[in-house]
Ligand binder design. Structure first.
Ligand code: G4P
Length: 536
């Protein structure tokens, strides 16, 4: 099986056209607006208009979960596919709330690039920082879009300084605004500085502003001081060497920067072009045992998200899989690496919110929703031909813990089934404490809102309302038998601070980092390993 088959060659050609990316931002920076603008500007392949939005907004909310609606947050992830020029773009949605950062991390495991969206008035915000850390950790190149330039905001150079000093990421503007935030006259594409792109909003009318190319001399005459200042700033930047460099961008050392206003479609086309021209296509993917799987190898895919009950009418379970190599063909039987067992791909869909349509063929970079995939788990590899297994998804260090018990003892069976299901989906981590046993599992979460999701779903989907008793722990460390022993003896924590995860790793739980460090000093022989932090 050494020769590359025609289908695998086709996979390589199709992979070269794919750009799979996510938009990361702090809530309210304009992610939904930008997603919508991108999809409308390009040609949405999947259900047009069904962009993930906030409750009540333009009637496009993904409202499979009432809680999501009530809180105006997106808990679920959707995938939107659209075409721009010759490229096929896959835009994966990430949850906006920090409490779901583990989920975001998994989604980011399935993209090749991220667009970091910044509110011009607010600059870098808490969630931008956390998400950027994830991108850095995963080595994902980042394109920056400074949004809301139609509103008063910060100085452009100051924003660049902030990115550079806080993220140690060199900002290299590809577009530059003429006029301050709130006083946007146009944009200069630094690759074509002999003209200005002017945007005019139709009075009282269409959301999308019309784009006009204005020659430099006319722009200078018409925009006066704004134009002169923009040119001066660009010269400053050039002298400083802040020019886009593809190598350093791909290495995660620099970020091309774009300015615009998603709400009026300003700068959106240039951003789309950048995703096509700068973002990397799917490439060879690292394997767990070393080596990598090239895109023209036989089919292999990574399950990065499992979601149950997206469709209330069907009560099903969807595993979202990113194709990493080869051609995925619906109906073929592939192998699940974790078990070595065959998996039939009869029900493969493209999924967007509640809309689905069958997918017959998918290429590297594409995301397929496998319906009723009860056997699949987050982090699973599926393959055909030469075996492959991608590295396991890291588990985040939980910071919130609670004991779960059935509110109604008569519904213990439903309780166990529900908890097991939520565990498999990765909604929370389910731990077992020897003290409490299996009937009172310890739930561990990165953010407390995960518990709200558990409580809501246990009640509404599994008809097994839960009682959640918070535990006074905030720090978890992986330990071993010696550590477990020491833990049981120490006076700092009681036996309650010891739990086991599903893969039987011992976890030592402490009220604070101080207690964890002090324990480590007292028992230097005990293994006490920091888990991957949600945000470092
Ligand atoms: P999110 O998904 O990141 O949370 O943000 P979302 O798109 O919902 O945008 C948050 C708010 O910012 C919305 O206003 C939206 O209209 C506004 N917005 C987004 N992009 C721009 C922009 O380029 N310029 C300006 N001026 N505003 C922008 P809202 O009042 O919360 O909702 P709406 O009633 O306007 O839809």
């Amino acid at each position: 099986m050494s020769a590359v088959s025609a289908a695998d060659r086709q996979a390589a050609a199709e992979a070269a056209r794919r750009r799979t990316f996510a938009v990361i931002s702090h809530p309210d920076a304009g992610k939904s607006t930008l997603t919508e603008a991108l999809a409308l500007h390009a040609h949405a392949i999947t259900s047009a208009g069904a962009v993930h939005g906030k409750a009540g907004r333009r009637g496009v909310a993904s409202d499979w979960m009432e809680m999501e609606k009530a809180r105006g947050i997106s808990v679920t992830s959707a995938v939107l596919q659209f075409a721009h020029r010759d490229a096929v773009l896959n835009l994966l949605d990430t949850p906006g709330h920090a409490d779901f950062s583990e989920d975001t991390y998994r989604v980011l495991a399935a993209v090749d690039c991220a667009v970091m969206l910044i509110d011009a008035a607010k600059g870098l915000e808490e969630q931008t920082r956390k998400l950027f850390d994830v991108c850095r950790h995963r080595g994902i190149p980042v394109i920056t879009f400074v949004n809301k330039w139609d509103r008063p905001g910060r100085d452009a150079l100051e924003l660049l300084d902030e990115i550079e000093s806080e993220f140690r990421l060199r900002p290299t503007p590809v577009t530059w605004p003429v006029g301050d935030a709130g006083h946007l006259r146009g944009l200069i594409d630094v690759r074509e500085p002999e003209r200005m792109l002017r945007y005019t909003r139709a009075p009282g009318g269409a959301r999308a502003a019309a784009e006009e190319s204005v020659p430099a001399d006319r722009a200078a005459a018409e925009e006066g001081a704004d134009w002169a200042r923009a040119i001066e700033e660009l010269e400053l930047l050039r002298a400083d060497g802040a020019e886009h460099d593809q190598g350093s961008f791909l290495a995660g050392k620099s970020t091309p920067v774009f300015f615009g206003a998603a709400v009026s479609n300003i700068g959106v086309r240039l951003l789309l072009d950048a995703v096509v021209d700068l973002a990397p296509p799917p490439g060879a993917r690292e394997l767990a045992g070393g080596g990598s799987r090239p895109v023209d190898a036989p089919f292999a895919g990574l399950v990065f998200k499992v979601q149950a009950n997206m469709d209330r009418a069907h009560r099903d379970r969807i595993a979202f899989m990113r194709v990493c190599s080869g051609v995925f063909e619906r109906g073929t039987t592939v192998i699940r690496a974790a078990s070595g067992k065959p998996f039939a791909t009869k029900y493969a869909h493209s999924v967007f919110g509640q809309d689905r349509s069958s997918v017959d063929v998918a290429y590297p970079g594409d995301v397929v929703g496998l319906v009723n995939a009860t056997a699949l788990r987050v982090g699973d590899t599926l393959y055909s031909g030469k075996p492959a297994a991608f590295p396991p998804m890291p588990t985040f260090a939980p910071e919130h813990f609670a004991v779960a018990r059935p509110a109604d003892i008569g519904r213990s069976k439903q309780f166990r089934r529900g908890i097991a299901q939520l565990d498999e989906e990765g909604v929370v981590q389910v731990l077992v404490s020897d003290l409490r046993g299996e009937q009172a599992p310890v739930l561990a979460a990165v953010g407390p809102m995960q518990f709200d999701v558990v409580a809501h779903r246990m009640e509404h989907e599994f008809s097994a309302p839960v009682r959640l008793e918070p535990l006074p722990y905030h720090v978890a460390r992986a330990t071993d038998a010696a550590g477990a022993d020491a833990l049981n003896r120490t006076r700092l924590v009681t036996g309650e601070g010891l739990v086991r995860s599903r893969d039987t790793t011992h976890l030592a739980l402490f009220p604070s980092r101080w207690q964890a460090d002090s324990f480590a000093r007292e028992f230097p022989g005990a293994r006490l390993e920091t888990l991957i932090a949600a945000h470092t």
